[in-house]
Write a protein that binds this ligand. Structure first.
Ligand SMILES: Cc1ncc(COP(=O)(O)O)c(C=O)c1O
Length: 387
């Protein structure tokens, strides 16, 4: 059977070859430090687990939910007010099965084939997948060292800005670990208004931000609500990646459009998961802050530890990732990843898998405690790969 042409946009070859190598080494009894995938290793707070299991005991919870519970939408409104000082109306919010799913369907709801969408390069690959699913035309704006790894809208050519329909922005950024400056969002809002571009901000890492900075909502910037929407995932703040809980929040007509599309293919989020989300949003948040400090300790162990052995990795400013330049003796991030795995038993992700501007870097996920990170760096040092 000849499958749909769109499948040709998707492939996992890079990860497959790294995985084969990893399994091979594990079979030989080698110790592997897996810093490749951004799945939090911290526990899910008890009150969230309890809310889900209690709800699951009620047979009524097992029916089609059909919609977001009003108390869930109220909980998002209250959270946004308290955490980000943003006023929302429940109609400006819809749940989705994670930002990953939401991003794909948002593209299908907003873009026609050939429409221009601006994406970061390097970026979280799902942004690109949404564009491909909608047969839109992506144009990549660089997230590079010279720009402090931040979007610089003033560099976008006028003819591209005039044609663009949508732009995806995501800070703190995966994979580059950059966070918004005071004026980053203001510049983007002014630019979006001038060129009539809709901004979708992915706020996956608002709670993982270091050195005393406070994560913000894009929607808190004056004017943002007129030109934008934001994905707000609970995955990383509350370690609920498997439960698939995120929200699309923002301009009502856009949220309505995505809701209409999704209602054709879904009957609403499982009620026990909605109850878990309510518990997360209305429950204690001290754990979120404590966890952020623990990520910072990991960041310090990795970036500071690497510098101590002669590998100049700058401090990540936020997100659960560290963006590390590969040694000058290498020209391919994939080759460096394979060698690092083989020689030191340390698994990371080649920067090239996040886009052409990712070449020359690798990404480490901060998913091991500081002592294990120190052990991994010791293995790097012993391997001689930096020499
Ligand atoms: C930038 C970014 N957005 C979204 C996600 C995933 O969010 P969710 O679990 O809600 O799909 C990730 C996960 O790695 C991410 O890095």
């Amino acid at each position: 059977m000849k499958f749909a042409d769109r499948l040709q946009n998707f492939g996992e070859e890079i990860f497959a070859s790294l995985n084969v190598k990893k399994l091979e080494l594990e079979k030989q009894g080698r110790k592997i430090y897996n810093l490749s995938i951004g799945t939090p290793d911290f526990p899910v707070p008890e009150h969230i687990r309890k809310a889900l299991t209690e709800s699951a005991q009620d047979p009524e919870s097992w029916k089609y939910s059909l919609r977001d519970l009003p108390e869930l939408l109220d909980a998002v409104c209250a959270y946004y007010k308290k955490r980000f000082q943003v006023d929302l109306h429940p109609e400006q919010i819809m749940s989705c099965y994670g930002t990953q799913e939401g991003t794909g369907h948002l593209a299908l709801a907003l873009l026609n084939p050939g429409d221009l969408i601006l994406l970061p390069d390097p970026c979280y690959p799902v942004f690109q997948a949404g564009a491909f699913l909608a047969q839109a035309s992506p144009w990549y704006y660089p997230m590079v060292k010279e720009n402090g790894f931040l979007p610089r809208v003033s560099d976008i050519p006028e003819e591209i800005a005039k044609k663009a329909k949508l732009m995806i922005v995501s800070l703190p950024a995966n994979p580059v670990g950059a966070v918004a400056r005071e004026d980053t969002y203001q510049e983007i809002v002014a630019w979006a208004k001038k060129y009539d571009v809709f901004i979708v901000h992915d706020n996956a890492y608002s709670d993982i931000i270091f050195d005393g900075n406070e994560g913000k909502s894009f929607l808190a910037v004056p004017g943002a609500m007129e030109i934008g929407a934001e994905f707000f995932s609970l995955s990383k703040s509350f370690n609920v990646t498997g439960a698939r809980i995120s929200f699309l929040i923002g301009r009502k007509d856009v949220v309505d459009a995505v809701r209409l599309l999704r209602s054709q293919i879904d009957f609403g989020m499982f009620i026990p998961i909605q109850k878990a989300a309510i518990a997360a949003l209305t429950g204690p948040t001290e754990n979120v802050k404590k966890q952020c400090m623990e990520y910072q300790e990991r960041r310090d162990a990795l970036c500071g530890g690497a510098r101590a052995i002669g590998w100049e990795i700058p401090d990540a400013k936020g997100s659960m990732f560290v963006w590390a330049p590969i040694p000058a003796s290498y020209s391919s991030s994939m080759k460096f990843c394979l060698d690092l795995l083989e020689k030191a038993g340390v698994l990371c992700t080649p920067g090239s898998s996040f886009g052409p501007h990712g070449e020359g870097y690798v990404r480490f996920a901060l998913v091991l405690p500081p002592d294990k990170i120190r052990e991994a760096l010791n293995a790097v040092k012993q391997s001689g790969i930096l020499e």
